[in-house]
Write a protein that binds this ligand. Structure first.
Ligand SMILES: [Fe+2]
Ligand SMILES: [Fe+2]
Length: 305
């Protein structure tokens, strides 16, 4: 239980130029899409026309996303709670849109599964140990820690697994894979439209993670090390999952040798994931040149305006 000592909007106003407030404004404008409006009828036809092998081949990515979106919907609350407890009004306001976005993402995949007729199929067979380590364990573990501990270390670890690994590395690579596989094959226009919306939403989510970690590592080598060490620890599992998806794809490709509907460059997918991981590290690295949170926030505000 905590008590309020004062209120920001009574003493003054919302900080309109706060990076997280600006993100909140952006979310209100961009976040108007409705998963229920997406037309999956062509996806349904496309799916029916696929051979049994191709049907199976199209599901591992969806299985990763469905559980992933459900996990991030269920696991974001401790972060909202922690920001609220710390009196971070602008961050909390932005996070209200964040949770709504994730709920829509989970809805979108579930609707697609229902539409193409695999709603009742248990897709968890496509979750390998690496996937489970991240989505079943590390993510809820790090997020739930915030319920009792909102120290910089705990917040950095939560944002690292949630925003930098799950969203910034795996989801971003997943969108890329979706487009490489299905767009090129001329399949599933409905889910591809959904992926475009998700991609836009995730851009904002990742910005929250970058900002949150940056402000905590600015001028603090110990906190920076918490970030780097946890990134490296999680990378083994993140890449383990990417490699597993690639091996499944290559196996299925051999089985479907005569049909080349789902032609994929798997090396490119792997390289893309590696690139995303390094981009995330580099984004946090930038904060090191500032000595304090204030200096970083000032610089961020100047860049934004
Ligand atoms: Fe999402
Ligand atoms: Fe997200």
């Amino acid at each position: 239980m905590f008590y309020h000592e004062s209120f920001q909007t009574v003493k003054g106003t919302i900080q309109w130029d706060h990076p997280m407030y600006k993100l909140y404004e952006k979310a209100k404008k961009q976040g108007k899409w409705n998963p229920a409006d997406i037309d999956f009828s062509q996806d349904q036809e496309d799916f029916q026309r696929l051979s049994d092998g191709e049907k199976i081949a199209s599901l591992p990515l969806v299985a990763g996303f469905s559980a992933g979106e459900e996990a991030v919907t269920l696991d974001i609350l401790p972060m909202i709670n922690a920001m609220a407890r710390q009196g971070r009004l602008e961050d909390t306001m932005f996070l209200t849109t964040f949770l709504h976005d994730e709920a829509k993402h989970a809805e979108m995949f579930s609707r697609w599964q229902q539409a193409v007729g695999v709603g009742d199929m248990d897709l968890s067979v496509f979750h390998n140990d690496s996937y489970k380590r991240i989505f079943y364990e590390a993510l809820p573990e790090s997020m739930n820690r915030l319920n009792t501990d909102d120290s910089p270390e705990a917040v950095i670890r939560a944002a690292t697994v949630y925003n930098m690994i799950v969203e910034g590395t795996l989801a971003e690579s997943g969108y890329y894979a979706f487009r490489q596989i299905f767009k090129k094959a001329g399949l599933f226009p409905g889910i591809l439209q959904g992926i475009d919306y998700l991609n836009m939403d995730e851009g904002r989510h990742i910005q929250f993670g970058i900002y949150t970690i940056q402000r905590l590592v600015a001028g603090n080598d110990v906190h920076y090390k918490v970030f780097i060490d946890y990134m490296d620890e999680l990378w083994e599992h993140a890449f383990g999952y990417v490699e597993y998806l690639v091996s499944l794809g290559e196996q299925q490709k051999r089985m479907l040798a005569s049909k080349r509907m789902l032609e994929v460059d798997y090396d490119m997918l792997k390289n893309y994931a590696v690139k995303q991981f390094h981009i995330r590290k580099k984004q946090i690295d930038r904060a090191k040149k500032y000595d304090s949170i204030d200096e970083l926030e000032k610089a961020l505000t100047e860049v934004e305006s």
